[in-house]
Design a protein around this ligand. Sequence first.
Ligand SMILES: Cc1ncc(COP(=O)(O)O)c(C=O)c1O
Length: 394
Amino acid sequence: MSFSVSIAERARPLEQSDIRSVTQRVERAGGINLGQGICDLPTPQPIKARAQQAIADDHSIYSHYAGIEPLRRAILEKVQDENDLPASSPEEVMVGVGSTGCFVAAAFTLLEEGDEVVLFEPFYGYHRNILELTGATIRYVPLGGPASTFDRKRVEDVLTPKTKAVVVNTPANPSGKVWTREELGSLLDLMQKEDLVAITDEIYEYMLYDGAEHVSLASLPDAYERTITLSGFSKTYNVTGWRLGYGVAPDPIAEKMGLMNDLLYICAPRPLQHAALAAFDEMGDDYVAELQSDYAERRRLMCETLEDIGFDVPWPEGAYYALADFGDLAEERSGFADDEAACETLVQEAKIASVTGRSFYQNPADGKYQLRFCFAKELPVLRQACEQLRAAFG
Ligand SMILES: Cc1ncc(COP(=O)(O)O)c(C=O)c1O
């Protein structure tokens, strides 16, 4: 073949992430995947039943681009009651293709070439990659793990007249940090002084430990007008493959995000929008309480195992990942020279997939001695994974 297609510049840097390739390697080895942030717990029955009903009822055609009205109303009530957002109309809610689809809609609504956007490290790779696609320049700010405190000065250091937005992920993937009200207040103050907008990713809002409280930035006084709040159903209701999320923002922004959603996807999957209503009218506080105690058990199992085999583990305050440090092991054992070597050693010797620390930093050296483990697994599977880690490295 002599013809070779010239790929657009924006597509050239795209490649299969480390996360996918380690997934394939561990699958070949018949191992357990603690790498990819997929949660393979079962979807709650009421949600499944409504999806089946919606399909049987032929709710199959496109919906309104921003989602079916009853779902937007239910989300409005939820963000008013649980997140204390001063949203007042379903027009301020858009339902999209996962919170990721909403993040795309938000990023393309707000940002363009010439703009600058602040992203905290360690970051979630999709945030980085989507922001890059908009043409905006990313200014990275180190934030650290659950025990670190937001340092406003570090943001001030990267601000320029072109800085337009800041991305806040709380509870955070991969670090497990949960932003406190004080930290959000300090950020908001800076946003007000510098005329910045925030996009918040709150997809892990219910995965909280040790009494950590989830606070939505948009609930702080005068924050709503400059904040796009994103969340979704994937993590709380174990429906990552359904692709259902939502964004809440003041009317003019939400309207454009809805239209961006229309342009890119037309609408979120229609029958599944009907099914998601069950999350609000059939599943209440008991569901969340059980989810939290189950995750607390998984977190304990994961973090204790990693500590026992020589990792230094800042226990997450939220989300379902442990971003563990193996600096000590690197000195004591072969196979742990850096994150790539350690990741491969875990696949070979324990048949466990993890994610290399470098995936979460602009400078790969910053993640040289870190691996991320996802503990959103059925308990027997997680127990088995922990046994494999202990057998190989204990
Ligand atoms: C921080 C964060 N945001 C968003 C997502 C994806 O959410 P959704 O399935 O709603 O697109 C993930 C999944 O791993 C995540 O870790």
